[in-house]
Design a protein around this ligand. Structure first.
Ligand SMILES: Nc1ncnc2c1ncn2[C@@H]1O[C@H](COP(=O)(O)OP(=O)(O)O)[C@@H](O)[C@H]1O
Ligand SMILES: O=P(O)(O)OC[C@H]1O[C@](O)(COP(=O)(O)O)[C@@H](O)[C@@H]1O
Length: 306
């Protein structure tokens, strides 16, 4: 079973406006409330790819109940731990540009933490773990490293999509892949990435520290995948960008599903990028039909290899 871990889920409240006037009265043309947070989005796109998963993490209050209900209505299995405070609501403003305000999220106490670690400790080599998103402030900042260590000790394959040291601390435990975007990669090494060559150099630093593969997402520029033997560049088809929230998570889901379906590394990467772009081209996360409609329009080129 694939397990997604979202320590800090959210309701994503997406508001579309004609124009956005900062400081003025704006009226939304459309709004949506989506069950969100990185691991939860991965579970939702895995479902679109016909891959079952169980969503783990912390939920609280009415937003937490909404998320659990949304997932279960979509036939996604959940095993959330209840916390006392409300799950956060993140606001996503879609005017001429995209603006996001992500809230801090509820407190998670030591008992809640132990409950999650106990859920992970019973997993086996048949399972797969995806650790994604921000960590509530009340939790130890090495929590992802702790989870990665448990996975490594039990030979459970795992994937990490997180910022800065949350991600880099997991590298010694050899994640199957990590998925920084360009800005996150720059922040990890305090450098400026100008071109694909710089991206590959920085990705290789993550490989040197232990990542088995590095998938760097580049927004509308596609993505680069670095493996032990080669580097691939994906370019995406033209289309109308509607809502990029969850694109990165969709990319992660496509790659994990590719591995689970025993696709080749190139085909897994193509599926990953198709999922990310199909999500960018729609209001919610991509459906299976939307992914299928663009998968043959994503081009994969080997740009370096041994
Ligand atoms: N403007 C866009 N046009 C087409 N595809 C996009 C666009 N933005 C994102 N994507 C797709 O989603 C993937 C992840 O997007 P990115 O913004 O890099 O990740 P994150 O959401 O983690 O910051 C990209 O690799 C690409 O496939
Ligand atoms: O945990 P974080 O870093 O605050 O991010 C949470 C937000 O990221 C999302 O998971 C979307 O992430 P991506 O756009 O990077 O795929 C939203 O659903 C959620 O509001």
């Amino acid at each position: 079973m694939i397990y997604t871990i979202t320590l800090n889920p959210s309701i994503d409240y997406v508001m579309f406006t004609q124009d956005f006037d900062l400081g003025g009265l704006n009226r939304a043309t459309r709004t949506h409330k989506f069950a969100g947070g990185k691991g939860i989005n991965v579970s939702r796109v895995l479902k679109a790819l016909d891959q079952p998963s169980t969503a783990l993490g912390y939920i609280g209050g009415f937003p937490g109940a909404f998320i659990k209900n949304e997932l279960e209505s979509a036939y996604i299995h959940t095993d959330f731990i209840l916390v006392e405070e409300d799950t956060r609501i993140n606001v996503k403003l879609k005017g001429d540009t995209e603006t996001e305000i992500n809230a801090a999220g509820p407190d998670v106490n030591a008992t809640n933490l132990e409950a999650l670690l106990n859920q992970i400790k019973v997993l086996t080599t048949e399972d797969y773990v995806i650790i994604a998103g921000s960590v509530p402030k009340s939790m130890p900042d090495d929590i992802y490293a702790t989870i990665a260590q448990i996975c490594a000790e039990k030979h459970i394959p795992f994937v990490v999509d997180a910022e800065k040291s949350l991600l880099t601390q997991t590298l010694p435990y050899h994640p199957e892949f990590v998925k920084p975007n360009k800005v996150e990669l720059e922040e990890m090494f305090n450098l400026t990435i100008k071109d694909d060559h710089d991206t590959i150099q920085a990705a290789r630093l993550l490989m040197e520290q232990g990542a088995k593969h590095v998938l760097v997402s580049l927004g509308g520029e596609g993505a680069i995948l670095v493996t032990a033997d080669a580097c691939y560049k994906a370019t995406v088809p033209n289309g109308k960008v509607i809502n990029t929230v969850g694109s990165g998570d969709s990319t992660v889901a496509g790659m994990v599903a590719g591995f689970a379906q025993n696709k080749s590394i190139e085909e897994s990467f193509r599926q990953a990028v198709s999922c990310g772009t199909a999500t960018a081209f729609t209001e919610d996360l991509a459906t299976s039909e939307q992914i299928a409609a663009i998968i043959n329009k994503v081009t994969i080129t080997k740009i370096e290899g041994k």
